[in-house]
Structure formats: structure tokens, C-alpha cells
Design a binder for this molecule. Structure first.
Ligand SMILES: Cc1cc2nc3c(=O)[nH]c(=O)nc-3n(C[C@H](O)[C@H](O)[C@H](O)COP(=O)(O)OP(=O)(O)OC[C@H]3O[C@@H](n4cnc5c(N)ncnc54)[C@H](O)[C@@H]3O)c2cc1C
Length: 392
């Protein structure tokens, strides 16, 4: 169980905080109003080696760990104060780890180098029929020559309008039902892909999100990630990281909100006293701190479990996602109210609420996290009662 960052990880977090302060924060509002991903800042992060951090050296990475990456991500969250930008990073991070875990030659030699060098990745599960029940996906790979042709449409996909690389969930035509779900890795330059306009979202507007359609796009058999038909387990392993990262960025993001709230409550007066003197106000401030601590530690627990390959990783990742997004949304509302009318104007505080609310849906809704937590509880209990020794 990790109880804090090493000195090197602290330095990593500080470095990326500074980088984000220089490259993301100054243009964040500009990109928000234009509903654009800051590609220049994205490239600056890639050039600095962000995506190489957790990738083994023999694959061209820096051979560090996902803990080091999380330290960097916390730094970026604090420095950028841009939740949308961080959501875009999370979509890319899960994809990257999936390539390292399950990748064959194509994924490791073609896709991974691009993903580490500035390409933008998208993780596409959701379809118009729904995002919660991903096993219902209809996108289909039809056997074609030595490979497949992809047909179908994904929707509400982070980064899709601008992405270069796509991690796509679908099914392989001809495989037995329920054993046909597979993951495909596709490059935009392959042709036969059309990404639509970005969707106009309530928040997270620096994270362009939209549809992607495949019109018989030819892909090689080597572009299937993991075993054909094994796409659901590839998916669960991939989204477990995404989910806990919501907790990581949630806690880091709230730190700056807490600072804003503490400063404001000490300065703003009502009834002849600073509002910090009032217990109802103190309650709102302490809510932010409680959200930070509860989110941070469960996210670290989830990451520890994930990187150690423990069987409670999925349960803890969903817990981190649920506590993280609900804590973030609740605390953003508290801070907005602390600022009174200034909080409700179009401002940093109202944007915080808009952005935070998106985390209740992205990465799976709170209901779905609860569903997963319950399913995992039942599964773990069965494992114990069957006498199977638990992994260390
Ligand atoms: C900012 C943002 C970014 C996103 N990025 C991506 C992305 O990169 N890739 C991607 O694939 N998708 C992405 N999505 C889509 C997101 O994953 C889905 O919106 C989400 O999974 C919910 O799916 P849905 O909208 O189709 O709702 P539905 O699945 O139709 O669910 C509707 C409601 O029913 C509830 N519900 C459904 N089934 C159950 C159940 N069994 N038990 C209890 N309640 C249930 C849900 O909780 C929800 O409240 C993003 C969404 C947002 C908001």
C-alpha cells in the first residue's frame, strides 16, 4: 500500500505542474470557448516524455511506473486547472496501457511509438444504443482477405474529432455469439473513417467529444488487440485504469478549489465577520477537504491493486471512480455557492461545476460503478468460499 510519493515522484509532479501552468492554463479559456483540444499543449507534454513514463524501456519508454505517471498527471491537473484537458489525457492513458499489456507486433511497433510521440488516442466503446451495456455493441468486423472490414458507428467518444489513433470495441462476424467481442486498433490515416463534429457538451469543452463511423474500413488481422473474441476482458482491464484516474485527477483538481475557497472565505465579510467564521461555510470548505482525502486514498489503493494484479482491482477502480466523481461534483457545487453570485456568473467556479458533472457520466455512470462494485463483491466472495487462495 502506497502512503505517499517518493522524492523523485514529487519532483515529477512539480515538473509537470509547471509545464501545464506554462502550456495549458494560459490558453485554457480560449480553447474552452472554441471547444477545442489544445494540440500545442498536448504536443508539449508528449515532447517532454509524458507518455514514455510508464512504458518499458525495451518498447521505447522511460521504464518508470504507473505511479510515476500518476504523479505527473496530478501535477498537470494542478497546473492546468483544466478538467477537460485531463479527461482527454485519461482516454489516451488507458489506450496506451492496453497496448503495452495486450499488444502484438503491430501495436507495439506501429501504434505505440505514435501514441508516445504526440498522436492523440481515443477509446471507443459507446454506441447510440447505449454506453452502459458495452457488450451490446453492434460495430462489426467482417472477415476480408487476411484481415477485416470494420462497419459501424461509435458516439460520445473523447478526442474522436481530433484523434489520430482509435481503440475500438466491436464484434467479429462469424465467431460464436458472446465469444465474438474484440478490440481493434485503428489509425485515422487508414481511410474509411469519418469522425463527426464535436458534440456541444455542458462542460469539459477542451475535450472534444464526438462520433466516429467506419464504412468498411480494411484492417489487418494483426490490428486486433488481445485475442479475437476476448474483447470484454481486454476492455475491463483497460477501463479499470481510466476509472481510477478519474479519482486521481479529482483529488488533485479539488486542491486548487480548496485553496480558492479558503482565501475567499477569509476575505469576504458578511454580518461584520469573515464568512470563514460561520459554521455553515466551514462545512462547505471541509466537504472539499473530505472529498480530496477520500478520493485520493482509494485511488491510490486502486492503482496499487491494479499494478500488482490483485483481484480486487476492478472493485477498487469503480470505487475510486464513484467516490472521485461524486466528491468532485459535490465539492464543485459547494465552492460555487461559497462564492455566491460571483460563483454563479460565467466564471471559473461555474465552469468547475459544468466540468465536474461530466465525470459522473464519462467512464461509466455512478449507477454502473455501483453495479460493478456489487458484481465484484459477489465474485470475490465466491472465490474465497471456493477456497481459492487470494493473490498477495
Ligand atoms: C464527457 C464524456 C466523455 C465520454 N467519453 C467517452 C469515451 O471516450 N468513450 C466512450 O466509449 N464513451 C464515452 N462517453 C460516453 C459514456 O461512457 C456514456 O455516456 C455512459 O457510459 C452512459 O451511457 P449512455 O449515455 O448511453 O447511458 P445509458 O447506458 O443509456 O444509461 C442511461 C441511464 O440508465 C442507467 N443504467 C443503465 N443500465 C443500468 C443498470 N444496469 N443498473 C442501473 N442503472 C443503469 C445509467 O446509469 C444512466 O443513468 C463519454 C461521456 C461523457 C459525458
Amino acid at each position: 500500500m502506497k502512503l505517499g510519493w517518493t522524492l523523485a515522484q514529487r519532483a515529477m509532479a512539480d515538473h509537470y505542474e509547471q509545464l501545464a501552468r506554462e502550456h495549458v492554463a494560459p490558453r485554457s479559456e480560449w480553447h474552452y470557448t472554441r471547444e477545442q483540444l489544445d494540440r500545442q499543449a498536448w504536443q508539449a507534454m508528449a515532447d517532454d516524455g509524458l507518455w514514455r513514463i510508464p512504458v518499458p524501456e525495451y518498447l521505447g519508454g522511460h521504464g518508470l511506473s504507473w505511479w510515476d505517471f500518476c504523479a505527473a498527471l496530478e501535477g498537470i491537473t494542478r497546473g492546468s486547472k483544466d478538467l477537460g484537458f485531463c479527461l482527454s489525457l485519461i482516454a489516451h492513458a488507458g489506450f496506451l496501457r492496453s497496448l503495452v499489456l495486450f499488444g502484438g507486433r503491430y501495436h507495439l511497433e506501429v501504434a505505440l511509438p505514435k501514441m508516445m510521440s504526440g498522436a492523440v488516442g481515443s477509446t471507443a466503446l459507446t454506441e447510440m444504443s447505449g454506453g452502459s451495456d458495452v457488450a451490446k455493441c453492434a460495430l462489426t468486423a467482417y472477415p476480408h482477405g487476411d484481415g477485416y472490414k470494420l462497419v459501424g458507428t461509435k458516439t460520445h467518444i473523447t478526442n474522436a474529432p481530433v484523434a489520430d489513433m482509435f481503440w475500438v470495441l466491436g464484434r467479429i462476424n462469424g465467431l460464436p455469439a458472446k465469444r465474438d467481442i474484440s478490440v481493434f486498433v485503428v489509425e485515422r490515416r487508414d481511410g474509411g473513417i469519418k469522425t463527426g463534429e464535436h458534440e456541444h457538451m455542458f462542460g469539459n469543452r477542451t475535450s472534444p467529444t464526438g462520433p466516429i463511423s467506419f464504412f468498411g474500413l480494411p484492417i489487418g488481422a494483426d490490428q486486433v488487440l488481445g485475442q479475437p473474441g476476448n474483447g470484454l476482458s481486454t476492455t475491463y482491464a483497460t477501463i479499470a485504469l481510466d476509472r481510477l484516474l478519474y479519482g486521481v485527477i479529482g483529488a488533485a483538481y479539488l486542491e486548487s478549489l480548496l485553496e480558492d475557497a479558503m482565501t475567499f472565505t477569509a476575505q469576504r465579510e458578511a454580518f461584520g465577520h469573515p464568512i470563514a467564521d460561520y459554521q455553515y461555510v466551514q462545512r462547505r470548505v471541509t466537504n472539499v477537504k473530505l472529498a480530496i482525502e477520500s478520493t485520493r486514498w482509494v485511488s491510490y489503493a486502486a492503482l496499487g491493486s491494479l499494478v500488482d494484479g490483485r483481484e480486487d482491482a476492478a472493485l477498487l477502480s469503480s470505487t475510486a471512480k464513484l467516490i472521485g466523481s461524486e466528491g468532485l461534483a459535490g465539492a464543485a457545487l459547494d465552492v460555487m455557492q461559497i462564492f455566491g453570485h460571483a460563483g454563479y456568473e460565467q466564471s471559473r467556479h461555474s465552469r468547475n461545476v459544468q466540468d465536474a458533472l461530466g465525470t459522473l457520466i464519462a467512464g461509466g455512470t455512478s449507477d454502473i460503478q455501483r453495479k460493478n462494485i456489487f458484481t465484484q463483491l459477489v465474485k470475490l466472495r465466491k472465490t474465497v468460499s471456493a477456497g481459492v487462495p487470494k493473490a498477495a
